[in-house]
Design a protein around this ligand. Structure first.
Ligand SMILES: Cc1ncc(C[n+]2csc(CCOP(=O)(O)OP(=O)(O)O)c2C)c(N)n1
Ligand SMILES: [Mg+2]
Length: 531
């Protein structure tokens, strides 16, 4: 067995079903050939960042590591933003890049210190070596899945890839975070016992573990308001009467949190919140599956370990809730009101999202890009389960929704997926429409087209600067989508949308609707939310 075959055997053993990327002419080719023999398809993307985003999303959906192959130099560098996503959003990801042979006397064409480039965002950066490569790789495959999950860079030259595998016998130890210490547990129990009006904030960590059900039990037992971060959307159903809104760190949420006497910070990764000062001066009881989080305020107690275990520990603490269900409903209505778009002519993002929700099957998965349109999309979709709505939050990168939808369509081919994206975000990954067409993905792209980078446009206007670098002539996305093999339509601001939606959602391949929307209400909405 050569090393690439041994690496593919390792990937098979940890449940990897796909390899993504843009190949180079070196070790990529050995790996693709070995994967082919093992019936693992290589999925060609048009850009490495999109490939890494799709691989990360597949990792989030399946739990097995995502795998991306790239060429040396430019290919390897081009994956950075997708790897940054995996780093900040806890996706286990293996980035395998072509590399020159060690000691080869050739000009350093396309060569730079790749490990130095990836070190800040990777859990490990390793060049595989002939004798130990197989073992090194098996260790990396285990490492990326350990808490906190994340990416690793693997450099691999063609000679090493096609050379002998050596042994890969490896004692892969999955390290667990420390069990919570007794003092912390006692503090936690006291805090809860003294609290009459807690609030439960649920974050990304709850998606990983079996956190959903215990979290719901805890929330119901406390009878308190619940907020989920965008990444934890659906961990407790959005329609649950105690779920009041998303936790994003915006000013508008502080008033609701201040009504509580204890914040139960349950698996929220601080990177999930926008970079605004944490306003509520309410004691914090933190549950985390790993130590070292940079909380926005020092917690009064911190319970470390699997969330479900921490929840068990505190489940029976605390008396009956002083919250009235009407009070919780009022909080939800207040926050919802702030999110409403004030007016707008013809289609707005709100009317578009509502029409899509009405037309789409109830188990549709949604992927959402970054930008001004995102706020209404996330607010209006009602998720029933975790991972029903996928969004980049820790990194909040644009160009996410389409690659994520392709990843979802591969993993769950029978489940319809709808990608909501701004025009700016789609332009960053537009060529992946051809990937979706080639793969026959059953996905629908909804382009909220305002011919502007509206989120930045608003901020520029607020500073009373001239609009530079934020507006441009509208792109005809339908024409380009058709050119890439999708079914597509263009809808003007006042044109009817419903019949196109029905056709798009019934199509057995990728479809796209390019909808011109009025961006004028975004500024007021953002001011109401974030001040
Ligand atoms: C890759 C990347 N580049 C830049 C940004 C900063 N950014 C956030 S939103 C935004 C504008 C998004 O424009 P568009 O996709 O059209 O959505 P809109 O705001 O117009 O709804 C920009 C430039 C980002 N988040 N990600
Ligand atoms: Mg836009």
């Amino acid at each position: 067995m050569n090393l690439s075959e041994a690496m593919i055997a390792t990937l098979t053993s940890v449940g990897v079903k796909y390899i993504f990327g843009v190949p180079g002419g070196g070790s990529s080719l050995d790996l693709i050939a070995a994967a082919d023999k093992a019936d693992i398809p290589f999925i060609l993307f048009r850009g490495e960042t999109s490939a890494a985003l799709a691989a990360s999303v597949v990792a989030e959906l399946t739990g097995a590591p995502g795998v991306v192959l790239t060429a040396i130099g430019p290919g390897a560098a081009s994956a950075v933003n997708g790897v940054a996503y995996a780093s900040l959003e806890r996706a286990p990801l293996l980035l395998i890049c072509d590399a020159r042979e060690v000691g080869q006397r050739v000009p350093p064409h396309q060569v730079f210190d790749l490990q130095a480039m990836y070190r800040p965002i990777a859990k490990a950066c390793v060049r595989l070596t002939p004798k130990t490569g197989s073992r090194q790789f098996a260790e990396l495959a285990a490492l990326v899945q350990q808490t906190p999950e994340g990416p690793a860079l693997v450099e691999l030259s063609a000679a090493v890839a096609s050379g002998s595998a050596g042994s890969n016998s490896v004692a892969t130890e999955i390290s667990h975070v420390d069990d919570c210490d007794r003092g912390a547990a006692e503090n936690a129990l006291e805090l809860l016992a003294a609290s009459k009006r807690p609030i439960l904030l649920v974050g990304l960590q709850a998606v990983r573990s079996s956190g959903g059900k215990p979290m719901l039990r805890l929330g119901e037992r406390l009878g308190c308001p619940i907020m989920t971060t965008y990444k934890a959307k659906g961990v407790i159903s959005d329609s649950h009467p105690q779920v009041i809104a998303h936790l994003t760190g915006a000013d508008s949420e502080a008033a609701a949190i201040r009504r509580a006497d204890l914040v139960l910070w349950a698996g929220v990764e601080p990177v999930e919140l926008i970079p605004a000062p944490w306003q509520p001066e309410v004691p914090l009881l933190a549950l985390s599956d790993r130590p070292g989080l940079q909380y926005p305020a020092t917690p009064h107690a911190e319970l470390l370990g699997p969330l479900a275990e921490s929840i068990d520990l505190i489940f029976n603490a605390g008396g009956s809730s002083a919250w009235l269900i009407e009070e919780i409903a009022d909080l939800r209505d207040e926050l919802k009101q702030r999110l409403r778009l004030p007016g707008g002519e013809g289609h707005t993002v709100e009317s578009v999202v509502d029409a899509v929700i009405k037309a789409a099957p109830s188990d549709t998965r949604f992927t959402v890009d970054a930008g001004a349109h995102m706020l209404s999309v996330m607010a209006r979709i009602q998720a029933r389960e975790s991972l029903q709505v996928l969004k980049s939050t820790g990194l909040s990168t644009m160009g996410f929704a389409l690659p994520a939808a392709i990843g979802s369509a591969l993993v769950d081919p029978s489940r319809r997926v709808v990608a909501f994206t701004g025009d700016g975000g789609l332009l960053m990954c537009l060529a992946e429409l051809s990937t979706a067409a080639r793969l026959g993905c059953r996905l629908t792209v909804i382009v909220v087209n305002d011919a502007a980078l509206s989120l930045i446009d608003i901020k520029q206007q607020r500073r009373q600067h001239r609009p530079i670098g934020v507006r441009y002539p509208a792109v005809d996305f339908a024409a380009t989508a058709i050119g890439q093999g999708c079914l597509a339509w263009k809808v003007g601001r006042k044109d009817p949308l419903e019949t196109f939606l029905v056709e798009a959602l019934a199509h057995e391949g990728p479809s796209l609707i390019d909808i011109r929307v009025d961006p004028s209400p975004y500024g007021e909405q953002l001011a109401a939310l974030r001040g």
